[in-house]
Design a protein around this ligand. Structure first.
Ligand SMILES: NC(=O)c1ccc[n+]([C@@H]2O[C@H](COP(=O)([O-])OP(=O)(O)OC[C@H]3O[C@@H](n4cnc5c(N)ncnc54)[C@H](OP(=O)(O)O)[C@@H]3O)[C@@H](O)[C@H]2O)c1
Length: 323
């Protein structure tokens, strides 16, 4: 039997239940994992609230983690008992042990520990995808990062500063201002309205080169119309903490903005793409591009407490659950 956290109904953390589940022996190309660390993602919150997936009573929460292979199915040729592995995009991560398709796994390099892997897989990938691939942040860029004290936001802030850009971070409360300044943002605004004034002052009214936005909803449109993005600039709406991102096509076309709403899974269709991307993320980590990565640990059986703290916007940075 393995400890799991499952969701019964949709809504607040009260729909989460800590229980025990049987984990079968792996068949076909499945692998059994003893999980060592589980990555918290805001996706888990959107799913709990019913904003991202249909209701499925008893669904084990979570989509990323890291652990040790304890059994392999006959078709899981690339893996052996004792391998240290990580994964993303596989439902059922809030569990002490689980089955998973071998194609979704990557081998963990010896110098990457389980908690770093669980914290960085989705979030490090998104930061790398947005700041190094879809838009290439450079020394002469001014970058605006919303949800800058959050998981992906804190990595985006550090990565953009590492790449030499001038970073303006946006947070939801005064308490988070100092934290974001410490992670490389030269200026930190509390709320979007303060960010408009700051951008106008810093860029002399021109607007920033790129916005990495984790809030979603109408943030992008507000940034366009307030002149916070330069003509021909980019808005990368990677998150939906405040609602699904939207942008008025006329406003985008009129000033030649690029508006992207990238989804991790669109760029990770195969095992080889996943493994190559993770190699890039771990190289950046070793180079110090994400700064000192030190996720906050919560016991798996305290997942409800983590979700309560997230709902009250009290968490900062990266969080992991440890079985
Ligand atoms: N595109 C993809 O493939 C992909 C992959 C992973 C995650 N995401 C998205 O990326 C975003 C960040 O994910 P994360 O895991 O790193 O989460 P997170 O940043 O740890 O938490 C979300 C942040 O959003 C802010 N927030 C919370 N509720 C809000 C609300 N109602 N309105 C406005 N802001 C709110 C909070 O910051 P403040 O209190 O400082 O405002 C909080 O730090 C999420 O929206 C998530 O869904 C997208």
């Amino acid at each position: 039997m393995a400890l799991v956290v499952a969701q019964y109904g949709q809504g607040g953390p009260e729909v989460m239940r800590v229980e025990e589940q049987e984990v079968a022996a792996p068949t076909a190309s499945l692998v059994k994992l003893e999980q060592k660390a589980i990555g918290f993602n805001y996706f888990d919150v959107l799913q709990r609230k019913g904003l991202i997936s249909p209701d499925e009573p008893g669904r084990v929460m979570g989509i990323e983690g890291a652990g040790v292979v304890t059994e392999v199915g006959p078709g899981a040729e690339d893996f052996a008992v004792g391998d240290r592995v990580g994964y993303l995009r596989s439902q059922g991560a809030y569990a002490a042990a689980r089955l998973i398709e071998a194609d979704l796994l990557f081998q963990l390099p010896q110098d990457i520990d389980f908690e770093i892997a669980a914290a960085l897989t989705v979030k490090g990938f998104m930061a790398w995808l947005c700041a190094c691939r879809l838009f290439e942040v450079r020394r002469d860029h001014t970058v605006l990062v919303t949800t800058a004290a959050g998981g992906i936001g804190s990595l985006m802030t550090r990565l953009s500063a590492y790449l030499g850009a001038r970073v303006i971070g946006v947070v939801g409360s005064e308490a988070k201002r100092g934290l974001v300044r410490d992670s490389g943002a030269i200026d930190v605004a509390v709320g979007i309205d303060e960010a408009f004034d700051m951008v106008a002052r810093i860029t002399g009214g021109t607007g920033v080169d790129v916005v990495f936005d984790g809030i979603g909803a109408d943030t992008a449109e507000r940034l366009f119309t307030a002149g916070a993005v330069r003509a021909g600039g980019t808005v990368m709406a990677f998150g939906a903490s405040g609602g699904w991102p939207k942008a008025d096509a006329d406003a985008v076309a009129e000033r030649g903005f690029t508006f992207l709403a990238p989804q991790a899974l669109t760029y990770l269709k195969s095992a080889s793409e996943l493994r190559a991307a993770m190699a890039e993320v771990f190289t950046l980590f070793r180079d110090g591009a994400f700064g000192a990565v030190s996720p906050t640990r919560y016991p798996l059986r305290d997942a409800v407490r983590l979700h309560q703290e997230v709902d009250s916007r009290a968490t900062t940075g990266l969080s992991v659950l440890v079985p």
